[in-house]
Design a protein around this ligand. Structure first.
Ligand code: PLP
Length: 395
């Protein structure tokens, strides 16, 4: 087969994936790959997890879809479960990360109008990524994502990431601001972890200004960083959270969770989705949450992630190409001092799937179910690649 009838919007690597099991994928030639990326942070339980596969098969025989014209028991159960895990009050279900952010943006704008602000603005940060729809790419802090799609959606105020003084300056100068939208750890931007008190100071400013604090947990959520949600590493409660990726382990589901006054903003007719939260995806998501709990994967994400980071730090201590090794749980970034995009194909040749962000940050998002032996293999294969890369640069 060829891809001649597919639009050319993806720069795909030259393999075709045909099968997966646990932390492993196989291509159409039968070559095996250790998946240290989990479909970009989606398959937290690995591939073909038996509990998820069984739940999907069973639900497919019962009811896949009925639309949001009617009550959906599994959606109510999932909303309750997510609210209980996150400390939020209400959920809206979408089909992707971008759509769950889009819901948060609409919610924030409507909240602004309810306060009598006619042109409400949302504060967003440099180097952020929020999706590819028009509103979410406009919120995104990466010109490459926006180029060619102007005119952009208005109503965003951009500030540097991890800079609370910049938030205070907006508070002093921009009465139209109604919300802050931020990733608790930037993923696509290069695994940028802010200072420990960033979210708590942001919370204080949001309270002073009556702004909604909106967290994009699309990549960080559902156990990725070792807590259900990354904000749970700090002592704060946001007003709105968007999540997606890991929630359905590969089935397309996203959610926008809201609390207090933010939970009352969207009313009948103000927002919706034909597919959003259908019985099939909700059943899969409930099974994902149960499995994370039963297999104690939050603790596992923390400990294996910490082991990978500390082992890499120890072994690469003297490496001239390493700038920093950072992250939380199984969201890991290894920053090099120069462009290392070539490592992507070299890793592929060596049977390891990774990504390279912002040109020089190797990103790892392995399944939360990864075994010790597999984590060791990721480390061994990466060390070989990075040491080779450094030797070539030196030569
Ligand atoms: N927000 C963040 C933090 C993301 O990492 C992504 C995707 O990478 C998105 C939003 C968009 O999600 P989706 O591709 O499911 O629309």
């Amino acid at each position: 087969m060829s891809s001649q009838h597919l639009m050319a919007n993806y720069a795909r690597l030259p393999i075709t994936i045909s099968r997966g099991e646990g932390s492993w994928l196989w291509d159409s030639q039968g070559k095996q790959y250790l998946d240290a990326l989990s479909g970009i942070g989606v398959c937290g339980l690995g591939h073909a997890h038996p509990a998820v596969a069984a739940a999907i098969a069973d639900q497919a025989k019962t009811l896949i879809h009925c639309s949001n014209l009617y009550g959906i028991e599994l959606q109510q159960q999932l909303a309750q479960r997510l609210c209980q895990l996150s400390g939020m009050d209400k959920a809206f279900f979408a089909n992707s990360g971008a759509e769950s952010i889009e819901a948060a943006i609409k919610l924030a704008r409507m909240y602004g109008h309810q306060q009598g602000i006619k042109q409400p603005s949302i504060i967003v940060s440099d180097n952020s990524f929020h999706g590819r729809t028009l509103a979410t790419l406009s919120a995104t802090g990466n010109r490459k994502v926006q180029a060619g799609f102007e005119p952009l959606v208005q109503g965003f105020i951009r500030v540097p990431f991890n800079d609370v003084e910049a938030l205070r300056a907006v508070a002093a100068n921009s009465p139209e601001a109604v919300a802050v939208l931020i990733e608790p750890i930037q993923g696509e931007g290069g695994i940028n972890v802010p200072d420990d008190d960033y979210l708590s100071v942001m919370r204080e400013i949001c309270d002073e200004q009556n702004w909604l604090m909106i967290l994009d947990e699309v990549q960080t959520g559902v156990g990725r960083t070792g807590q259900w949600f990354a904000f749970q590493h700090s002592n704060v409660q946001p007003d709105v959270i968007s999540l997606a990726k890991g929630l359905g382990n590969g089935l397309p589901i996203g959610s926008c969770l809201a609390r207090g006054k933010a939970a009352e903003v969207l009313q009948a007719g103000s927002h919706g989705s034909t597919f959003g939260g259908n019985p099939l995806v909700c059943r899969a998501a409930l099974t994902v949450l149960d499995t994370i709990e039963q297999e104690q994967l939050l603790a596992r994400s923390s400990s294996v992630g910490e082991w990978i980071r500390s082992t890499l730090r120890e072994k690469l201590n003297d490496s001239p190409v390493i700038v920093s090794i950072r992250g939380k749980g199984l969201m890991i970034g290894i920053e090099l001092n120069q462009d290392c995009s070539e490592l992507l194909t070299q890793a592929l040749d060596n049977g390891l799937l990774i990504s390279v962000q912002a040109g020089r940050v190797i990103r790892l998002l392995p399944p939360l179910t990864i075994s010790d032996a597999e984590a060791q293999q990721i480390v061994d294969r990466l060390l070989a690649l990075i040491n080779d890369f450094a030797a070539h640069q030196a030569a």
